[in-house]
Design a protein around this ligand. Structure first.
Ligand code: VG1
Ligand code: CO
Length: 542
């Protein structure tokens, strides 16, 4: 039976960089999830007759939320929901399914790399028919609806069976349960030379993939171990758990420390990688050689043609503004365009759809291509493997070659988490006011070359996005960027992005924090961050 439940507007908050994220308990409050789902359905103009892909990263509340979404899709007149078995779908696999099945969109349940559990985080994101995160125009409509919603529709029924492959019905809605891995793995086989990578493993090449108890476990096991023949145990922490093994499924040197320790230890495998909660991020590390995401993007851009899916070369590349300029130099040499977009994958969608960019990347461990409309962790790992198999070089040899040719972009991001919201805004406002006067100023021995607030005009649809981060460039090629996170669930997070290009061959292997010391000092002085926030040091340095 379809029911219409009267409700009140919710504190939906404008969807941030990647959908709506809140404490799990907020999503579990009576009517909260329901209101947000109805706001999505209304915001996209209804789902009458629509086909939707539904799945998530398996975190706590994933299964309950999917049941609610299915019953609401039924009551709102949707025709079909395609759901990953057990409610699981990695973000890139969901993006692929939307595209492959010609669906009208999808609902992805994840708070990505944020911890999961009743006292941790939950999230919900709507992706459009191109498979990518909703554009700002759409998220604005969803947000507006959260503020004037008065009722939602839900079908009363017992739970749908999410475990049995095949089709069942919920009222007039067809619920189709699919293997979450199969289509995705088949797509990977079209892009990469699986025989060549399998030969690499046969030759004794060793690898460790840390799935961080998150959704990529089944994908990585099926692809790396079952199809490519990597030895059992190559994938660790490969069973998704509702609280990610009480961990923080964020693939960076801090949260993937056990992997880092192994890769810098005496028995390090040849190659290490990790992925995040929903499988869209990646970390790459060679024997004793961590690769920053910005450098990884540059390397992949330089060598992608070695993989079958990219043998025709790249149409162009794109990076988010805070990502280092390493890929810009590679693009210049290749003679292709390099686009600079605001943070968040939704801004790459138009460039990919229009064929202007083939590879995209962000400093936050996101890399992807036009094969889907999300960043894709395992894809990046497979592209690396394909390149390693073709060149026969080690990770550190490849990075050293890249730096010798293009110079090295030392890079670091300092995060100040859970800062009082007003204080965080005071830091940004202080910088904003100072911007017009900064050029030419001396700070901590550096001279400011330019200072502005980044805004973006989409070259495809002409939409304008303002207030996308404050950039301060220094003479000699250094840069500091300040922006507030759009994915946190507690207070505000100030991100300070620091980079400096080093072209002196004698100084290509310095500790990054040493190479960046002058930029860090200048950034702190210009923003007066310590005094304004009362913080002595960042919580996380990546
Ligand atoms: C962060 C990253 C951004 C990324 C976003 C979603 O956003 O900085 O690059 O696109 O997370 O990634 P913010 O606004 O907190 O800086 V995921 O893997 O969390 O979907
Ligand atoms: Co993610």
């Amino acid at each position: 039976m379809n029911e219409t439940i009267q409700t009140q507007p919710i504190d939906g908050q404008k969807p941030g960089t990647s959908g709506l994220r809140k404490k799990t308990r907020v999503f579990m409050e009576p009517h909260y999830l329901e209101n947000y789902v109805q706001a999505i359905f209304d915001g996209i103009g209804g789902v009458e007759g629509a086909t939707l892909v539904v799945g998530g990263d398996g975190r706590y509340f994933n299964d309950r939320a999917i049941q609610v979404i299915l019953r609401m899709a039924a009551a709102n007149g949707a025709a079909r929901c395609i759901v990953g078995q057990g409610g699981l779908l990695s973000t890139p696999a969901a993006s692929h399914l939307i595209r492959k099945r010609g669906a009208d969109g999808g609902l992805i349940l994840s708070a990505s790399h944020n911890p999961g559990g009743p006292d941790a985080d939950f999230g919900l994101k709507y992706n459009g028919p191109n498979g990518g995160p909703a554009t700002e125009g759409v998220t604005d409509k969803i947000f507006a609806r959260t503020k004037d919603i008065t009722a939602y529709k839900i079908f009363t029924a017992t739970d749908a069976d999410l475990e049995t492959l095949g089709e069942s019905t919920l009222g007039d809605l067809a619920v189709e349960i699919v293997d979450p891995v199969e289509d995705y793995a088949a797509l990977m086989e079209t892009l990469f030379d699986f025989n060549k990578i399998a030969d690499l493993f046969k030759s004794g090449f060793t690898m460790r993939f840390d799935a961080m108890h998150a959704v990529t476990g089944p994908y990585a096991t099926a692809i790396l171990e079952d199809r490519l023949g990597a030895p059992k145990g190559t994938v660790i922490n490969g069973t998704p758990s509702p609280d990610f093994g009480k961990g923080h499924p964020d693939p960076n040197p801090i949260w993937a420390k056990p992997l880092m320790d192994e890769m810098y230890g005496p028995d390090a495998p040849d190659f290490g990688a990790a992925s995040d909660g929903d499988g869209d991020r990646n970390m790459i590390v060679g024997k004793g050689a961590y690769v920053t995401p910005s450098d990884s993007l540059a390397l992949l851009a330089a060598k992608a043609h070695l993989a079958p899916g990219y043998k025709g070369g790249l149409a162009g590349v794109a990076r988010s503004m805070p990502t280092s300029g390493a890929v810009d130099r590679v693009a210049e040499k290749l003679g292709i365009a390099c686009y600079e977009t605001p943070t968040g994958w939704k801004f790459f969608g138009n460039l990919l759809d229009a064929g202007k960019a083939t590879l995209c990347g962000e400093e936050s461990a996101g890399t992807g291509s036009d094969h889907v409309r999300e960043k894709d962790g395992l894809w990046a790992v497979l592209l690396w493997l394909n390149i390693l198999a073709e060149t026969g070089q080690s990770v550190s040899e490849m990075m050293n070659d890249l730096w010798s040719e293009f110079g090295r972009c030392y890079y670091s991001r300092h995060d100040y988490e859970d800062v009082d919201v007003d204080k965080a805004h005071a830091v940004m406002d202080g910088l904003r006011v100072a911007l017009p006067e900064l050029a030419g100023q001396q700070v901590e021995g550096l001279t400011v070359a330019f200072a502005d607030e980044f805004s973006y005009d989409d070259p495809v649809d002409g939409s304008h996005s303002a207030g996308q981060g404050i950039r301060i460039g220094f003479e000699g090629g250094g840069r500091a960027v300040f922006r507030l996170s759009g994915t946190g669930t507690e207070g505000a997070t100030i991100r300070v992005y620091l980079e400096r290009l080093e072209s002196d061959p004698a100084r290509l292997n310095v500790a990054p924090e040493t190479a960046l010391a002058p930029i860090i000092a200048a950034a702190l002085s210009l923003s007066d961050l310590k005094a304004r926030t009362g913080r002595d040091a960042p919580n996380v340095i990546t």
